[in-house]
Design a binder for this molecule. Structure first.
Ligand code: DOR
Ligand code: ZN
Ligand code: ZN
Length: 416
């Protein structure tokens, strides 16, 4: 047995945390027997982030990111659990794809699970996977529109079938809600195809319509629904209207803190789907974070190579890395806005653990796994994308100052 004692500042005050092998054995002011002592007395200690929205890539896209580099990025950002999205090559839409991914993920240094991908014709294959009750599958992801490399579910009846399947196996359906036919319409209306028009070309109407559709269907069917990356104030209103205990929603750090005007400066490095919106939207989404409408914050870590991102607007892929910036940006913002860090921990750890059934994770609590992040909240640090662990060494937050330095991370009691 290995006993490691951390003395640190928790949200409840100065504490000693005793880790026995991979679990938290004791939290309090006593100093129980231990073999190793880690002095984190100057650091704030919170549960490691559980990021339910990560595009790890790997397999045929190792040039963009691998499980190794994504793990290193997670560790450097204070993220101890990641759930990988299925729009990989090959996609995680059948057992073969899942098994290939399982093999690749053995390189992971953090906890992980997978979301399966739904298409318009893989219901039977999903059923075959789910009937065996795999413990490494967290949810089923649906894209209502093309975004990076993914298959689209556009047909409402197919969508209903997926929701029913998810209900049968008590899995969460995660949805990227921009709708393809709506995007096609706006592609025709807006003639000037450049980055400053990204949020017109992928007009807010398309996310709003899709969000309304899936809220309506999930209410009808009674499955668990997780709306990914809410970006508009109308979506917040819709969620408020339909919200019940099976409906969850997520926001990203970038949809909270960045607005589309930044694209004049950073071009395609800020190209992401759904697009960055207006200050007005940011403000309403912050309000929803405060009033409990938002359940989770996911990074939507979506690495692409720099060579791809510097292509002209129509050819540059959407997405950017987020694992290394999410917690530092959020801690800084929450402190500046005087929102308690307790609320942040709910959004980044406790709620995702509950929604995706991670037992004994998401809290710093006796008997729980020792997934812990220790943060210096006194000093200021610049975000330097060229030093990222991710292969994608750029960020819309590049050069921002944060008052949060990730100093140590424990995953199942192992210190990094
Ligand atoms: O910007 C995005 N990038 N949005 C998505 O929905 C997919 C993601 C990716 O996989 O690159
Ligand atoms: Zn998405
Ligand atoms: Zn995504």
């Amino acid at each position: 047995m290995r006993r490691l004692l951390i003395n640190c500042r928790t949200l409840e005050g100065i504490k000693n945390i005793l880790i026995k092998d991979e679990l938290i054995d004791y939290i309090g002011i006593e100093k129980p027997m231990h073999e190793e002592l880690v002095d984190c007395s100057a650091l704030l200690v919170i549960p490691g982030m559980i990021d339910a929205h990560v595009h790890v890539r790997d397999i045929e896209q190792c040039n963009k990111e691998t499980w190794e580099t994504a793990s290193n990025a997670a560790l450097s950002g204070g993220v101890t659990t990641i759930i990988d999205m299925p729009n990989t090559i090959p996609a995680t839409t059948n057992l073969k794809g899942l098994n290939i991914k399982r093999e690749a993920a053995k390189k992971a240094k953090v906890n992980y699970k997978f979301h399966l991908g739904a298409t318009e014709n893989n219901l039977q294959e999903l059923h075959e996977i789910l009937k065996n009750k795999p413990t490494d599958v967290a949810g089923i992801k649906v894209f209502l529109a093309g975004s990076s490399s993914n298959e689209v579910v556009a047909d409402e009846d197919r969508l209903k079938d997926i929701f029913k399947l998810a209900k049968k196996y008590d899995k969460v359906v995660l949805v990227h809600t921009e709708m393809q036919d709506c995007l096609n319409k706006w592609q025709k209306i807006i003639e000037d195809k450049f980055i400053q028009n990204h949020d017109q070309l992928r007009n807010r109407e398309c996310a709003n319509k899709g969000t309304e559709l899936v809220l309506r269907l999930a209410n009808e069917i009674g499955n668990k629904l997780y709306i990914c990356h809410i970006s508009t104030k109308e979506e917040i209103e819709l969620v408020k209207k339909y919200k019940n205990k099976k409906i969850f929603c997520e926001v990203t750090p970038h949809h909270l803190t960045l607005e589309k005007s930044i694209l004049e400066l950073i071009g395609n490095f800020g190209k992401v789907n759904p697009p960055l919106r207006s200050a007005d939207d940011n403000q309403v989404v912050w309000q929803a974070v405060l009033d409990g409408t938002i359940d989770c914050i996911g990074s939507d870590h979506a690495p692409h190579t720099i060579d791809e991102k510097i292509e002209d607007y129509p050819n540059a892929p959407s997405g950017f890395p987020g694992l290394e910036t999410a917690l530092p940006i959020l801690i800084t913002e929450f402190n500046e806005r005087k929102i308690p860090i307790e609320r942040l921990v709910e959004l980044t750890s406790t709620k995702p653990a509950e929604i995706f059934n991670f037992e004994k994770r998401g809290k710093i609590k006796e008997g729980y796994f020792a997934d812990i992040t220790a943060i210096n909240t006194e000093n200021e640090y610049p975000i330097v994308a060229s030093l990222f662990q991710s292969k994608a060494k750029y960020s819309p937050f590049d050069g921002s100052m944060v008052k949060a330095g990730i100093e140590a991370v424990f995953v199942n009691g192992k210190m990094y």
